[in-house]
Design a protein around this ligand. Structure first.
Ligand SMILES: O=P(O)(O)OC[C@H]1O[C@H](OP(=O)(O)OP(=O)(O)O)[C@H](O)[C@@H]1O
Ligand SMILES: Nc1nc2[nH]cnc2c(=O)[nH]1
Ligand SMILES: [Mg+2]
Length: 182
């Protein structure tokens, strides 16, 4: 139960389902990178909840860094203009990077971001996204780890916002269109 329940049309993933899937992804990453040290890069702000759960379930030497980009502003459609509002604190040269995202939608954010990071010459770079909305893709993006494929609907919760709200909802749900005037 949450004070936001009334704004949610349908629960897509419960807390339990999210927890189980995050653990599966973490096990896969742990197996794939045996003998290596990895660096997780969380794309703020949406991925902070996923990052917090994922990193604690990965059993590898691991460093963390954060980058902030924004293209949605207060709306439900990508502006197409991706802005870096905070860059990394660490050098990623020769590091094994996993970019951690909450959602891959049009692909505008990640195609832009991955290009920038690749130019910094990491040893390797992979993308881990909790949600993927392939129907909406405008820019192609290669995904290595994906939690769930979802339909074309605006979702909130578990870090994902609408106009900065709902990030603290413990589950992921489809927002009622009346909430954003859709
Ligand atoms: O594939 P795309 O269409 O580019 O959409 C995905 C991006 O949109 C959201 O970020 P947003 O710009 O809303 O910033 P936020 O993480 O601070 O909410 C989300 O966290 C992804 O980064
Ligand atoms: N909250 C939220 N942010 C997004 N960014 C891109 N797609 C979405 C979505 O469905 N929900
Ligand atoms: Mg957002």
């Amino acid at each position: 139960m949450s004070i936001f329940d009334n704004d949610i049309q349908e629960v897509l993933f419960s807390e339990e389902q999210l927890k189980n899937r995050v653990q599966e992804i973490a096990r896969q990453i742990t197996a794939d990178y045996q003998g290596k040290e990895i660096m997780l890069i969380s794309v703020l702000r949406g991925s902070f909840v996923f990052m917090a759960d994922l990193c604690r379930a990965i059993d590898l030497p691991c460093t963390l860094d954060f980058m902030a980009v924004s293209s949605y502003g207060k709306g439900t459609k990508s502006s197409g203009q991706v802005q870096i509002t905070k860059d990394l604190s660490e050098d990623i040269t020769d590091r094994h990077i996993i970019v951690v995202e909450d959602i891959l939608d049009s692909g505008n954010t990640l195609s832009y971001l991955l290009k920038i990071l690749e130019n910094r010459h990491p040893a390797s770079i992979r993308l881990c996204t909790l949600l993927d909305k392939p129907e909406r893709r405008v820019k192609p993006v290669q995904v290595h780890y994906s939690g769930f494929t979802i339909p074309d609907a605006f979702v909130v919760g578990y870090g994902l916002d609408y106009a900065e709200k709902y990030r603290n909802l413990p589950y992921i749900g489809i927002l009622k269109p009346r909430v954003y005037g859709g």
